[in-house]
Design a protein around this ligand. Sequence first.
Ligand code: TRP
Ligand code: ZN
Length: 862
Amino acid sequence: MADAQIATQAPRIIRREDYRAPDWQVPEIALDFDLDPAATRVRARLTVTRRGAHDRPLVLDGDGLTALRVLVDGAEAQGWSMDGSNLVVPLSGDAHVVETEVEIAPERNTQLEGLYASGGILCTQCEAEGFRRITFFPDRPDVLTRYRVKMTADKARFPVLLANGDPVAQGEIQGGRHWAEWHDPFPKPCYLFALVAGDLVANSGSFRTMSGRDVQLGIWVRQPDLAKTDHALAALKLSMAWDEKVYGREYDLDVFNIVAVDDFNFGAMENKGLNVFNSRYILADPDTATDYDYDAIAAVVAHEYFHNWSGNRITCRDWFQLSLKEGFTVFRDQGFSADQGSAAVKRIEDVRGLRASQFPEDAGPLAHPVRPDEYIEISNFYTATIYNKGAEVIRMMHTILGPTKFREATDLYFERFDGTAATCEDFVQCMEEAGGVDFDQFRRWYTQAGTPRVTANLAMDGDKARLTLSQTVPPTPGQPVKEPMVLPLKLKLFGAQTGRAMSDEQLVLLKDPHTEIFFENLTEKPVLSINRGFSAPVVVETDRTAADLAFLSAHDDDPFARYEAMQQLMLDTLVSSVTTGSTDHDAVVEAVRNTLTDAALDPAFVAEAVLLPSDSFIGDQLAVVDPEAIFRAREALRRALGTVLHDQWRTAYESSIANRFEYSPAAKGARRIRSVALGYIAASGAADAQELAFDQFSKADNMTDRQGGLTTLASGDSPLREQALEAFYARYRGNGLVLDKWFQTQALSSRDDTPEMVERLAGHRDFTLANPNRARALIGAFSVNQRAFHQPSGRGYRFMADQLIALDKLNPQTAAKLLPPLGRWKRFDATRAAQMRAELERIVATPGLSKDMFEQASKSLD
Ligand code: TRP
Ligand code: ZN
């Protein structure tokens, strides 16, 4: 009995090779919403046309819907039926009008997919498959439809009614209700549908496009938040101008609206003409948002805006092509951010992010190609691989083609596929055609999972040198054997004595498993600088000595390569501490001293360069992760750096004390180096370090400095710690986004009692799983605090599984995205692995588990 139940419940696997064009198209839809949080009526009128010669019925996806009425060409439909949750309507002709009516309850929608309520605002989230929770429809991205949307609602509670496209009419009706109608002239897939109803105000602006049209811009929020929207509005205008200048892309509607809501499963959503945002990526003022928040807001505003072309005008044929829009759009938003400040620092941050989230994914049980072959729940595939590795794949094509041909290729792509649902293959073909290149082998970046590993050895022979390059791609689930990739490696040689460049930078396309490259007429011993600018998203192993790396960290002329050399030096030192117990910190200390005292360097760059690799990244280098040993080794190196360079940190700290808050690259750089210096002063154990942190915390006129102080205090054990946490809480208890920081800072603490503290915080009156930001702030942060999460008792795992099981009942999407750290048991010792597996098994055995969670947990057990 139990077995039979499991067998019938096993979720269906969707395969890329099964793609078939739709049987029916829907050129037009008219939607009529009678909005009410408890009971919203949705009437849909679809014009449907048969595609090709077949006699299959119209199948409309539904999720939790009951058809109250089904009409065909104005009359009661004959012979319709339900196939599971889908509506099946037999149709005799090639074109019909099909009408349905359903009732939904947005206030009871805790999944935050479909139509839901957030803080009194009614809003929608349809990507990937949320539209089927609103009305019956062929919910697939290759069905493109023109939308007319009418909304009727109580005027006092919902004075503002927004939808995609342009407003065309509005009016009042008796009983205090009103209505509005919006038309979107651009055919779109249903995942881009959106409506919002609420008591909102706008920060309005306008933008004149390159062809001279004026676009009305609105950032819609609740009244008290209006003063925090200037930065987002400014970023929107910058994004619009940037896309015209860099990609020749102009905005196409007369209005562009953004709405911020507090409950949101992701960062934001690119719905045509009506972006809906997680409020954390809109709201900012110096008192509540860090520099990191300001930068992230600009990046996400740009990302969603850029989707108007890379995503909306050209969408995806099917969800296996997700990286077509996401990888490309991330690449575009990275370019935008690089142009706003230091491109080098931006690249360093992006690579650090890739290594923190995508490399572990590629090395674990959930590894998948940039274009996956199968999925159970598509929501689980909005991953670092699709987004960030996908962006690296686009970047490599940019590197190989060069900027001019790359732009010709994107022009060709936008021109050829405008108004269609395209594939990754379509994009690559445009690159090949415009670039005059053959990407046959390069396409493996879309099909093979796993992070390639390159080894590079440089051998001298008289005045010649031989560089031997080899590559391998590790096996991943379902892909035991790999073919060699195309790896664009930028490299350069520097003279070890003079520091002079001995060659121009060259781009080597490594295609074979092994290659040799020769250098001649060398006048001194060379040092190899390789994968400059992180030209390929790979792991590089070299035979460079600590002295070589220290040399490059001081002399390389590519700032990324300088950063990278320093990181490698730190990593080599830490790995040898963990594996051999060595405590030789001298090379790192001297390299950091050089960087710290090099007045020619940008402080923002220095702050990145002197930061030690994270516990998890150190763990990723080891055969078996030993969280305690890693923590001890890293703390010892931090203490050595803090102590030996004590005077330099003090100087860096004091010389970067800012005057009044200013959001500029220079001021941000000063705040960044200041917090890093404070961290090292505390690591040195200096008697006054906690007072210094508390002083910074108390006197700060901005959140970056305040949180920097709090972060240092939160990992310490001075009585000032409690005092600061209490003061912070008292000051911000009414501000959800800042309370998230309060929870997160404690979950990331390096104190021994963090696991207990996190458990206590889960019972705090301000903690709730119902808000995704809050859940991520505590549980998500805790799960990446390597030593705390992997505490030997296993209590971290148990706590995590309890929370995930509870969250899955409310919000499966958000729960499933928090699972991966628990799934990486293969990287740990047998005791921890067994504890982690036991929790995964407990999750899989939970009755009523969502398919989101089932997919993540069951794949992690394999
Ligand atoms: N397309 C959105 C973006 O990249 C992602 C997104 C928004 C999303 N909401 C979602 C993905 C909900 C999965 C589920 O900007
Ligand atoms: Zn996106």
